[in-house]
Ligand binder design. Structure first.
Ligand SMILES: [Zn+2]
Length: 163
């Protein structure tokens, strides 16, 4: 049995914050604003996994009013959500995702993001796609005021072992 989920996230770019996307620190004069480390790609991935299982979304699961999540490394949240996926008996088949940013260039960081995310989610590099897009200078993302991410995840119920 297969289940599919979609995730979307956006965070505002501000000065005085680190820019962390896909679990990787990116050199940039601005960072994303959020209660956690504001890792926009990981948040989209989490919502895609939760969506595939029709569970509560990331904001309900990890409320931004809860001090225990203040400044938290989003890879910790991703690990927790992947545990839910496994506990429900599912494994990840493949993931496709987009990071939409006018600046900085994401491309040089994608191999490292894949390394970090493949390790957490038990997927091979060929089963995890991260694409970098710009907004052609249109809207808030195009004007470098925000960064967006989308993700789609396919889950498969694991067969029970017969021995
Ligand atoms: Zn977020």
């Amino acid at each position: 049995m297969y289940r599919i989920g979609i995730g979307y996230d956006i965070h505002k770019l501000i000065e005085g914050r680190d820019l962390i996307i896909g679990g990787v620190k990116i050199t940039h004069e601005m960072g994303l604003l959020g209660h956690s480390d504001a890792d926009v790609l990981i948040h989209a991935l989490i919502d895609a996994m939760l969506g595939a299982l029709a569970l509560d979304d990331i904001g309900t699961l990890f409320p931004d009013t809860d001090p225990q999540y203040a400044g938290i490394d989003s890879t910790i949240l991703l690990k927790k959500v992947y545990e839910y996926v496994q506990n429900k008996g599912y494994a990840i088949v493949n993931i496709d995702s987009n990071i939409i940013a006018q600046a900085p260039k994401m491309m040089p960081y994608i191999p490292k993001m894949k390394e970090v995310l493949c390790k957490i989610l038990d997927v091979k590099p060929e089963d995890l796609s991260i694409k970098a897009k710009t907004k052609e200078k249109l809207d808030a993302v195009g004007q470098k005021l925000a960064i967006e991410a989308n993700a789609v995840v396919m889950l498969q119920k694991r067969m029970k072992k017969m021995y």
